[in-house]
Design a protein around this ligand. Sequence first.
Ligand code: PMV
Length: 321
Amino acid sequence: MSAFPRTTTATAPGKIILLGEHAVVYGRPAIAVPVTDVTVTATIRDCAAGSGCTILAHDLGHTVALDNADSTNPLAFIVQLTLAELQLPDNPDWQIEIHSQIPIAGGLGSGAAVSTAICRAIFTHSGHAPDPSRISALVYRSEELYHGTPSGIDNTVIAYAMPIWFVKGGTIEPFTSGNTFTMVIADSGISSPTKETVADVRRQWQAEPARFEAIFDEIAALVHAARRQIEYGTIDKLGALMDQNQLLLEALGVSSPRLQTLIEAARQAGAWGAKLSGGGRGGNVIALVEDARVTRVSAALTEAGAKRVLTTQITATQQRD
Ligand code: PMV
């Protein structure tokens, strides 16, 4: 008879990158925040002895028997990785059920959130504290399947579930927010694999290193300035920094006419600033909006063709240790 609980549920949020995407792959800082309005839930149930481990992911259209899984199956991969990390049996008698509210390939970190929820559930179900740094490291390895050479920002912000200042290979720094602020997130409905935009930027950087390094430096300066405005709570000033970051993302070649239409619609409707978020070309646009204008900006984004519009609040925080 197991001493562990029979059923364990764990969740993980989505995420957005506020500023610094792409440059972060080249060692510059980026700021990312969790989006708690959309989550993934993973539930583990003990099953009869000998039944083995089955993963049910209805929203993702998967049912996988762990002992039969393809080596490239990302769900089986994170389960196997976590079982090995915790030195657990390689095919426990569990049903792992996943429900996700996060659109796939929509720039909200759905892959990292699914892996994080699974990982956290396995840690807790087997009596281990779900340590964010261990979970982040495991999820990073599953992210490599999706992204090729991820910077690590998605797994970090989602595993820690708090706003972070991220530098690849550096220590994880939660940042303070002097004020609560609202972001409207609009899904362009265009799926654009991050792996491809990251590879395109790399090709261009190889061809013109000095020009691209200079753009990355300009982005880094904006990210530093944004951190100061967030810490001071002068949120309205963040909008102009987002707009400038968008111009530099356009210079990197990762925007698109579709994204620019949405960004312009948000600005016209009174957003303080707007930019693409994540890999670009498709995925999401984010707009910084004062509360009185959220309805108007959301309607303008829908009118301009956004497939789905979400609102998320980043709440004022105290420095965490
Ligand atoms: O497409 P997303 O939301 O997973 O963000 C990718 C962010 C990049 O900086 C473009 C790539 C990375 O690994 O950091």
